[in-house]
Design a protein around this ligand. Structure first.
Ligand code: ZN
Length: 174
């Protein structure tokens, strides 16, 4: 098991559009497994590859903790693609491991369908709503170099980015 270091904003990798994987081979499988361990350790409910400075289109998520279940329910995706989004919108308070200790309400399509390659290199399609919908859209945003503050007003965004910059500075001093 390898725990990756999670990048804290600002970092160029967090602004980079990641490239698709050719297939989910053993190397990508190991990356997915290590990303899951890193996410559980953090703890978080989603993690995108560029948050650990790997610029491929891979993400992991697991909402088990917030839904009260003790059993892990990991989802691993490579090359995820939103193939449907509802006109209905949803607002959820989002946070991000790369923007620690800060949260804000983000509005997104309420329901999305996502096509992706799973950890066995099999094409899957899933429907996501509620928190899962926000989570998967948030992680796919990462793969396109977008963080959740990019959905906020400039004022709100700047407040959070300043707070995160201070947290990052304090982390570097320790
Ligand atoms: Zn995030």
């Amino acid at each position: 098991m390898t725990l990756y270091t999670i990048l804290v904003n600002p970092e160029s990798a967090l602004k980079t559009v990641s490239h698709p994987v050719d297939q989910v081979d053993k190397i990508v499988q190991a990356q997915m497994q290590n990303m899951l361990e890193t996410m559980y350790e953090a703890p978080g409910i989603g993690l995108a590859a560029n948050q650990i400075n790997i610029l491929n289109r891979v993400l992991v998520m697991d909402l088990a903790d917030v839904s009260g279940g003790e059993n892990k329910t990991p989802i691993c995706m490579a090359n995820p693609e939103i193939i449907f989004e509802s006109e209905e919108r949803s607002v959820w308070e989002e946070g991000c491991l790369s923007l620690p200790e800060n949260f804000a309400e983000v509005e997104r399509p309420a329901i999305v369908r996502v096509k992706y390659l799973d950890e066995t290199n099999t094409m899957q399609e899933g429907k996501f709503e509620g928190l899962a919908s926000h989570c998967v859209q948030h992680e796919i945003d990462h793969l396109d170099g977008i963080v959740f503050t990019d959905h906020l007003s400039r004022l709100r965004k700047n407040i959070i980015l300043r707070k995160v910059a201070k947290i990052k500075k304090d982390m570097d001093i320790l």
